[in-house]
Ligand binder design. Structure first.
Ligand code: P6P
Length: 340
């Protein structure tokens, strides 16, 4: 029952989930609450970017050779600082850092490893398009001692929670702990995330496709055939699909999660350093794959279920086809040469 029509806060929802989870000790609730505090701090800076000198670049490059935005760095350090002091985390791995960042103080270590894409879509900051934060939470394998890479290079099916914040026309949190997907919208007047999208389920088949068609020349032939197929009129089967592409994974994913459809970032021959495409397995594909499956959707690299793929390195990239189950199954048929 909500108070005076306030609605259900994310804390109430977390505590309710915790009560329904026999082994829950509240540590996850506290950890997610710290991620929420970090997101509120980031959201405040995102909303005033451009008014203060937080736009633009730091002049440094990340491990991919990409220019680091000031807001990228701010988001990364804010999240790491917040989760490091919960006493429930032993390490953080970030898309922005070459290696795992361990919690140094033995008194403040716990069983969780947090993986983050601190500011996804940061190239869109300067044009005021929506951007986001992606997080993935795993339990370490060992009981104690230094966190080793093999404790992180594990299948996405081992995640205990995953979600994202989207800083758009409204600020939202969407997450799963393996019991469905729920969405919360920030009420700026209260500073509270309120339950706004209960038990999100993606339509079985959509009418939207999201891909950067500027990479057309670099795609494999089956991908080209599939996109041509989506654009070929066949009203009885809902085609042509509409093309929607924001260029921020979280935003494109969120729209397709609610409306149905497919997001693709195929392998392409554009950059020899990125033969498997641009998106990272641990920081982007795996957390969104956990979410989409919990919402009744599917996520594949074109052949394999994303959640079954074991990374070889911390920054592995992977082709990504994610969204409505019938659409993902269809593109897999094209890639397997079973459809043309
Ligand atoms: P492209 C943003 O830089 C990002 O990592 C994702 O958020 C987004 O989906 C993708 O890259 C966009 O890449 O090559 O289409 O600009």
């Amino acid at each position: 029952m909500s108070d005076r029509g306030l609605g259900i806060t994310v804390t109430e929802h977390l505590l309710r989930e915790q009560r329904e989870t026999p082994y829950a000790t509240g540590t996850f609730t506290q950890l997610l609450n710290e991620l929420i505090v970090a997101a509120k701090i980031i959201n405040r800076e995102v909303n005033k970017a451009g008014l203060v000198d937080i736009y633009g670049y730091t002049g440094t490059e990340n491990i991919y050779g990409e220019q680091v935005q000031k807001l990228d760095e701010f988001a990364n350090s804010t999240i790491i600082r917040r989760v490091m002091h919960t006493g429930h985390v032993c390490a953080v791995a970030s898309e922005e850092d070459a290696d795992i960042v361990e919690v140094p103080d033995e008194r403040l270590r716990g069983p969780y490893i947090v993986l983050i894409d601190p500011l996804d879509g940061s190239s869109n900051i300067d044009v005021n398009a929506s951007i986001g934060t992606i997080f993935s939470i795993r339990r370490r394998i060992k009981e104690s001692g230094p966190v080793t890479l093999d404790e992180v290079l594990r299948k996405g099916s081992e995640q205990v929670a995953a979600g994202y914040f989207i800083y758009g026309s409204s600020t939202m949190l969407v997450y799963t702990t393996g019991k469905g997907v729920n969405g919360f919208t920030l009420n700026p007047a209260l500073g509270e995330f309120l339950l706004s999208h209960r038990d999100i389920t993606i339509p079985k088949k959509g009418r939207i496709y999201s891909v950067n068609e500027g990479n057309w020349a670099y795609w494999d032939e089956p991908v080209k055939r599939y996109v041509e197929y989506l654009k070929t009129p066949d009203p009885e089967n809902g085609r042509p699909y509409s093309s929607r592409y924001i260029g921020t994974l979280v935003s494109d994913f969120h729209r397709n999660l609610l409306k149905g459809g497919i997001f693709m970032y195929p392998a392409d021959k554009k950059d020899p350093k990125k033969p498997r495409g641009k998106l990272r397995l641990l920081f982007e594909a795996a957390p969104l794959a956990f979410l989409i499956e919990q919402a009744g959707g599917a996520a594949s690299d074109g052949q394999r279920r994303i959640l079954d793929i074991e990374p070889e390195t911390l920054h592995d990239r992977v082709p990504l086809f994610i969204g409505s189950p019938d659409d993902v199954a269809e593109v897999e048929r094209f890639l397997a040469g079973e459809a043309h």
